[in-house]
Design a protein around this ligand. Structure first.
Ligand code: TPP
Length: 566
């Protein structure tokens, strides 16, 4: 096997492979040549080339999310590295193991007027779990330092708490010199961290059990989670207890008849007089970000006596300003314990929530049976009916993910969204990376027009998977700003918030050899679905641009909420 002649590069690649990295998304450059050569020549590494670093990093994020394993990204020095930052921040808050390799000039040449050179040491410092600048092979003890540092980085990337880590690699010239790889397993030593499987002591359990059994109104809220069968099984068992309300969103990837899936839809029908009866006294939270703003406001105003946050990450993230205990235990293990707690309460708090949810679901179905007009809401209703079973749905920020919460999730579909930072800058790239990894199933992205144009370089690569479909809802700007309160009270609404425009994706798609479909009505969407979801082995992703009347959307959504109110 050929490789870079640089020993530190050979060790870095060999050790990262040994620690579980199998994929690296590479962006072209010169300073990163030693790593490009070593990665590309390594038989156990799959390299993917994406020229735009911002897109490349999101692409890798989508891959790592699906694999639940470390994925590398590699770029040259200078501003190339900074373009990784949006995806790094997303990975940090979503706990996705991204291994960020940036090539660099040797330290002595930083800030000396050399080209493509910036100060890269710990440059992502606010949103990175670990950062190292690796020694060149001339440094004292370099093999020991390098191996130890790589072990540390992989622990922080892929331990109990996951996230992005930065490995900065300063290279002196020559950069392109190659040799036969000589590094063997004796040239590096992996330090393994054996993390204990946390569990509660008996006295801790007793303390919690006492609170549990004395609480009449118990609520569990699940935020963003990867599909987790063990957790689903435990929560299903707990849902049988009528004193417990279990609230989930589609991004929780937990679907059961006993859960409340459409939080905003249900909250919309809770009157002022009912607030107390629907507020929990014990709140348990699991998972990452919650999309619903309404539930955050509802719970921040509620009189919560106990709030237990379950999980290893962000121990003090007190989203509802009521946290009393942070419990770093695996969520399925914790809920398993809870199902064995004494059930003393005869309250029907959970049943009350469930009943309301059920009645509103009926009303929502009735609303759509009346064939309301073409608009964002009805487009979502139509599209969600067509998402193939056993597939993946990616939702862009921001009104897209909110609209999707209004419809009951489908059990066989996995739901994804970049809710770590809720950016609109990498949704298409993330979905493309995910589709590349799970190539045997359909991946559908629903995106707004602003998000789509923002990340249109997601189409600028040679690996755009044929199992990816993108519905782009063109409502002539950021529709979210017409829905949320505030922007519409200003003179700046159309130009500064919505960014009203009449652009179309047609020629972007043509330029990047992507099949383009266009629809201006529900009937036009439906009539093209079969062709749209036709799979071509050697094809590329397809995009359907759906135009909606921006002046109607807000009114339609308000009408819907009014109509489904109990
Ligand atoms: C990188 C980034 N820049 C700006 C924002 C602020 N922002 C949130 S939503 C939005 C507009 C989204 O418009 P579009 O993608 O068309 O979706 P729609 O609201 O119409 O569904 C903007 C600019 C953001 N979230 N992320």
């Amino acid at each position: 096997m050929k490789s870079s002649a640089k020993k530190e590069v050979q060790i870095t690649v060999a050790q990262c492979v040994a620690m579980g990295m199998k994929h690296v998304v590479v962006s072209p450059g010169s300073r990163n040549a030693p790593m490009i050569i070593a990665l590309n020549q390594h038989p156990k590494i799959e390299t993917i080339v994406i020229p735009d670093e911002r897109s490349a990093a999101f692409y890798a994020l989508g891959m790592a999310q699906q694999l639940n394993a470390p994925v590398g990204i590699l770029c040259t020095s200078g501003s190339a590295a900074l373009n990784y930052y949006p995806a790094i921040a997303e990975a940090f808050y979503q706990q996705i193991p991204l291994i960020v390799f940036t090539a660099d000039r040797p330290k002595s040449w930083v800030n000396q007027g050399d080209g493509q050179t910036i100060d890269q040491d710990n440059v992502f410092k606010n949103h990175i779990r670990y950062s190292i600048t690796i020694p060149e092979s001339t440094a004292e003890n370099f093999e020991w330092v390098l191996s130890r540092e790589l072990s540390t980085a992989f622990h922080y990337a892929n331990g109990n708490v996951k996230g992005p880590v930065h490995i900065n690699l300063p290279f002196s010239e020559p950069l392109y010199l190659q040799t036969e790889a000589t590094v063997t397993e004796t040239d590096f030593k992996i330090i393994e961290v054996l993390e204990p499987n946390n569990s509660l002591s008996n006295s801790q359990k007793q303390k919690l059990e006492k609170i549990w059994s004395q609480s009449d109104k118990k609520m569990i809220i699940c935020g963003q989670l990867n599909p987790d069968i063990a957790l689903l099984t435990e929560l299903k068992a707990l849902a049988a207890d009528p004193s417990v309300a279990i609230l989930v969103e589609n991004t929780s990837n937990l679907v059961d008849y006993g859960f409340i899936h459409c939080i905003d839809r249900t909250l919309n029908s809770i009157s002022k007089e009912e607030i107390e009866a629907f507020s929990p006294d014990l709140l348990i939270t699991i998972g990452g970000a919650v999309v619903s703003k309404r539930i955050k406001t509802f719970l921040r105003n509620a009189n919560i006596s106990h709030h237990w946050k379950i999980g290893f990450d962000f121990l003090f993230m007190d989203t509802y300003q009521s946290m009393t205990q942070s419990i770093p235990v695996k969520p399925s293990d914790f809920i398993h314990e809870v199902t064995h707690f004494k059930r003393e309460s005869d309250s029907t708090f959970g049943a009350r929530w469930k009943q309301k949810d059920f009645l509103i679901q009926e009303k929502a179905n009735h609303y759509f049976e009346q064939n309301p007009a073409h608009g964002d809401l009805t487009v979502f209703h139509t599209l969600l009916d067509y998402i193939p079973e056993t597939s993946h749905l990616h939702m862009a920020n921001s009104s897209v993910v909110r609209y999707c919460q209004l419809f009951d999730p489908i059990r066989s579909i996995n739901y994804w969204c970049n809710r770590g930072t809720s950016g609109i800058d990498g949704s298409t790239s993330t979905a493309a990376g995910a589709a590349l990894i799970k190539s045997e199933t359909w991946h559908t992205l629903i995106s707004g027009d602003v998000s789509f144009f923002y990340d249109s370089n997601a189409l600028w690569n040679k690996v755009l998977p044929p199992n990816l479909r993108v519905f782009m809802i063109n409502n002539a700007g950021g529709g979210i700003f017409k829905i949320i309160p505030g922007p519409n009270t200003t003179e700046e609404l159309e130009d500064f918030f919505v960014f009203k425009h009449d652009f179309s994706a047609e020629h972007i798609c043509k330029g990047f050899q992507v099949d383009y479909f266009k629809a201006e009505s529900l009937a036009e969407i439906e009539s093209q679905m079969e062709a749209f979801y036709t799979f071509e082995e050697d094809g590329r992703a397809k995009v359907m641009e759906i135009f909606t009347p921006s002046e109607l959307n807000h009114e339609q959504l308000e009408g819907f909420f009014k109509e489904i109110k109990l």
